[in-house]
Design a protein around this ligand. Sequence first.
Ligand SMILES: Nc1ncnc2c1ncn2[C@@H]1O[C@H](COP(=O)(O)OP(=O)(O)OP(=O)(O)O)[C@@H](O)[C@H]1O
Length: 680
Amino acid sequence: MEQNINEGEIKYDIKVTNAFKQYGQNNIFNGLNMAVKSGSIYGLLGPSGCGKSTLLQCILGALPLDSGCIDLQVESLEDVGYMPQDLCLEVTLTIKETLEYYGSLYRMSKEHIKDKIDELNVFLQLPNFNSYLNEISGGQSRRVSFAISLLHDPKIMILDEPTVGIDPLLREGIWAEFTKMVKEHKKTIIITTHYIEEANKSDCVGLMRNGLIIEEGPPQDILVKYGTDTLEAAFLTLCCNQGRIIQKVENSNIQVEEKNQPKKIMEMGNNFDVYRIKALIKKNYRVCSRDYLLLFTLILLPIMQTFNFCFGIGVSFKDMQIAYKNDEINILDCQYSNVNTCIFDENSNQKMSCIIMNYFSSHDYKLIEVQDREAAEASIDHTEYIGFLYFPENFTSGLTKYINDREYFDLESRLFAHLTNENILFKNQITVDVLQSIDYIIKEALNSCSNNPTSISVPLEFNTLFGKEVKSFGNGVIALFIAMLAFYFPSVFAVSVMMSEKMDGLLSRSMYAGVKILELLISMFCIATLLLLLQTSSSCFISYALFLNPIQISSGLFVYMVLLILLGWIGFLFGLFTAVITTTKLGGVYIITGTSLTQFLLSGAVWPLEGQPQLLRKVSKLLPIRLVGNALNDIALKGWTLDHPSIISGTSLTVLYTILLVLVLIVLGKLKKDLWVIKK
Ligand SMILES: Nc1ncnc2c1ncn2[C@@H]1O[C@H](COP(=O)(O)OP(=O)(O)OP(=O)(O)O)[C@@H](O)[C@H]1O
């Protein structure tokens, strides 16, 4: 009875009543009860895997209970300082930068942060503040993590194994500081530890086992109760008598309050804070600027790829090796072949094979003379030469006869061209060049005989309406390539940063300091847009200013840039979506690379869409890279602007894609609360 009266006067900062929780079929809490008095140290002990960390996360509201009630006496998130078991810190920041980041999340001024760090340094003995976290030891890192949870001077400290890896002398100092905090500043500390004996200094210890707190009380009382010298021995005795104790706990008269989910620390505070966004941008900027692999991937790689593309893709072929055998004339004698005489003159020594060979030499072919026709044909099969030309002895006389009288053409006098079919583009190129060279010499021959060359012309005129400046395959597809870069790299950025935040527990830890997911997304979006602007402007500069790919200067150029940025944002949103559906950073990058490559292959940059089956063509046309790339091409080559229906529909669909992806992410966020956070 007396105890009940005293109980009524005692204030508790944390009270867990009849808590039940399961992970799948695994019961973690079986009606667990725990009470932490205000202004005390509570040592939570228990074997590995018994559920201590889970209990702390339930108290913080990061994990829900299946049933039961948790009462946490906090008004704002500044009231709680939490140190997770894992580090959950960005290791490429220095100690100073890390503490500044968390301090600024709590809106502490620089001076205040500095004073606080100096104060914490006295008992935590932090390493040099300018050391990077990946350069200090595990124990030192834990002290930094510890410092973060105390930085904003919280009323309640929830510390998951803060003294692991810390030497005994320092542990003594830390416990002395705990005692001082509790006595002088009325702080409440709940601490889990594997070093049972250090819990002696707690005001109250609780032993957790089989989903229950099987014993709770001041350490001295427990020692007396079990007649042992050490807590360890007391708990050993307790564990041996576990069945009886569980019975006792289950039968105790616990007042079960109605089911009440704990206050969610992560959801406290403003939903949107510009200070926090600024702190996140600063932090992520620092992290990205030190991740050389990411920087290489996001900035240098697109520049290199653009150079590669402009140098190597879609340009005309050079130095193609063609074998030839000329039975009409020795190539050295071609200089004596008089090209200005009329071939119909009896005295003319003009040899047309010389003109064809000159034509090929001046068109980037390498002519290699061979003696043996059969060997040359065989070497084509071994891809040594891409073609073989054979000029028979009577090539010129046969051709002259043909021009004069086409009915009496000597078949044996024909130029023989044997071409490799290994690459259809080579074959087409040589075929076109052979035909053009013949056309050329016939016209030349007629010219020099004062005959009208049009007399043998095909009655046909070609006219290019659009894209007159397109001289090579590359000119026509460069915009699709730039579109691919604009999509791919922001996706890689989004998935890399988001997966680090998710898997390394960085976001989870920041959220205990008030960060909201939207704020992180906004900060990432700002950096991604900056990178996107850098990357697209460098790709455009290389493609159009250095390599002079044709582009029409019109008001459409503004739409060109807007479309590229929108596509980058689509890529960014797709990267976020990928971070939802995957569990590893590498997996995310694989998905992004696979989908971008597929889009590029289907975009028409490799082969025109007209070659695809109807159904696939319909799908390809709607893929973001093709959609935007095509509109970019129309702007660059045809000079179309936003008043053209094709550009209007391309732009509208791109905007629609952006909105759709935002909506998908919002809906997913509503359906699955822990989309980007793994609670640590
Ligand atoms: N997300 C999860 N899904 C399924 N099971 C989980 C999950 N997290 C933890 N568990 C399981 O719940 C149990 C309690 O885990 P918890 O981390 O709370 O233990 P702990 O007492 O803190 O252990 P330790 O002292 O080793 O840190 C363990 O058996 C663990 O395997």
